[in-house]
Ligand binder design. Structure first.
Ligand SMILES: *Cc1c(COP(=O)(O)O)cnc(C)c1O
Length: 407
């Protein structure tokens, strides 16, 4: 070691090299001020001052690095970006106002009129709307294909294809894509593979290590983990992230310092939370499979899941999202949901509190009936975002749902 502790207000990146994601989630990216605070400082300021007119000119001209204005430079936001970049194994990260802003900023900075996107059919409902309605208006066409059928991806690729976009595991059916295979296909065709890593987080899956070019998060979900703030982030190599940064600097879908601080603190407990989510979800998925009123359970941790082996290879855990169908239709699904008492009825996911959702009429309600059928969003489908409550208490509450089906 060429330096002493005293020489550094915060831990230099080189001292964390090779450390595990569990350690990086607590230690990477911290910025410490001269007050020597142990916890992370927060900088709720829109602008920054200069020592002289010449320094202001140098900052604006880009000759001197430093803070300028919080639409594009804020230390709290940078601290969050540094931490999530380290955890995903990416060179750079750019934080955004929401997960959707992360997807939009990626598209706006890396695509142009005439480009073509191939996207998996089961993506988050709003992602689907963004591509089909808004990107289409600017001449970027999207073809939707099955997440799991690589041949369908191959067949959908055109000379203009510049981006393959996936969410794995998918929402809400927990289908798993072969990230390595799709990365190879993208690169053979001069296109980028973008992975929405919302369901796994870097604790369970690091798509960049599997060959993906960019990782996207809705930080609103597991990264926060306690349902407090809306935010997003894009992670990847500088050559792409500099473009994304240029877009958010000019267009303004920036993360606020307060939200960045909440997410940064959220990351510190992410490893232990993800393990608790995984344990509870696996136990509940098995238990649900044995219930007479349940038709089918969708969870990659179950041996009955068609991509169980693939999930075991590319993920270190199966995550906290479990979906299942009850016998019947919308009436039975709603009766089950209304029968529970503790579990929150809300569309949010990734919270320490367990939530229950009817995708067909909420998160995926804007899809056309035809698209719903294609995406497997049936009227009897229920999605659980399994939290970290005691497993027996979750079963007790779900049993109330099953009871309501019998009454
Ligand atoms: C919620 C979500 C998004 C969108 O994120 P927001 O923060 O709500 O804008 C994108 N992808 C997935 C998988 C999500 O669950």
């Amino acid at each position: 070691m060429s330096h002493t502790r005293e020489e550094h207000l915060w831990i230099p990146e080189s001292d964390l090299e090779g450390m595990s994601v569990d350690t990086l989630s607590v230690r990477a990216g911290q910025i410490r001020t001269g007050q020597l605070e142990h916890s992370d400082a927060i900088f709720p300021t829109s602008s920054f001052v200069y020592g002289s007119a010449a320094q202001a000119a140098a900052r604006f001209g880009g000759e001197e690095a430093g803070n300028i204005y919080s639409r594009f430079t804020n230390p709290t936001v940078q601290a969050f970006e540094g931490r999530i970049a380290a955890m995903e194994g990416g060179e750079k990260a750019v934080a955004t106002a929401s997960g959707m802003a992360a997807i939009l900023s990626t598209c706006m900075s890396l695509l142009k009129t005439g480009d073509h996107v191939v996207c998996s059919r089961g993506v988050f409902g709003t992602t689907n709307v963004l591509f089909q309605k808004y990107m289409a208006r600017f001449g970027v066409e999207t073809t939707f294909v099955s997440l799991t059928d690589v041949d369908e991806w191959q067949a959908a690729i055109r000379a203009e294809t510049r981006m393959l976009f996936i969410e794995t595991p998918s929402n809400p059916l927990c289908e798993v894509a072969d990230v390595e295979a799709l990365a190879a296909l993208a690169h053979d065709n001069d296109a980028l593979l973008v992975v929405d890593n919302c369901f796994c987080t870097p604790i369970l899956q690091r798509p960049l290590e599997l060959g993906a070019d960019l990782v996207i998060h809705s930080a609103t979900k597991y990264l926060d983990g306690q349902g407090r703030c809306v935010g997003g982030v894009v992670v990847g190599p500088a050559k792409y992230l500099d473009e994304v940064y240029g877009f958010i600097r000019s267009a303004g879908p920036t993360m606020s310092p307060f939200n960045a601080w909440v997410f940064q603190k959220g990351l510190e407990t992410l490893p232990i939370r993800m393990r608790a989510h995984c344990d509870n979800a696996l136990e509940l998925a098995k238990w649900l499979e044995s219930q007479p009123s349940v038709e089918k359970v969708f969870y990659a941790g179950l041996e009955s899941h068609p991509q169980h082996e693939l999930a075991k290879q590319q993920q270190s855990g199966f995550g906290g999202m479990v979906s299942f169908t009850v016998k019947g239709g919308r009436e039975q699904a709603w009766r089950f949901i209304d029968g529970t008492r503790m579990i929150s009825i809300t569309a949010n996911l990734g919270d320490v509190k367990t939530t229950i959702t009817h995708p067909a009429t909420t998160t995926h309600g804007r899809l056309t009936p035809e698209d719903k059928v294609k995406a497997g969003i049936t009227e009897n489908l229920i999605r659980l975002s399994v939290g970290i409550e005691a497993i027996d208490d979750l079963k007790t509450d779900l049993e109330r749902g099953f009871q309501a089906l019998e009454d």
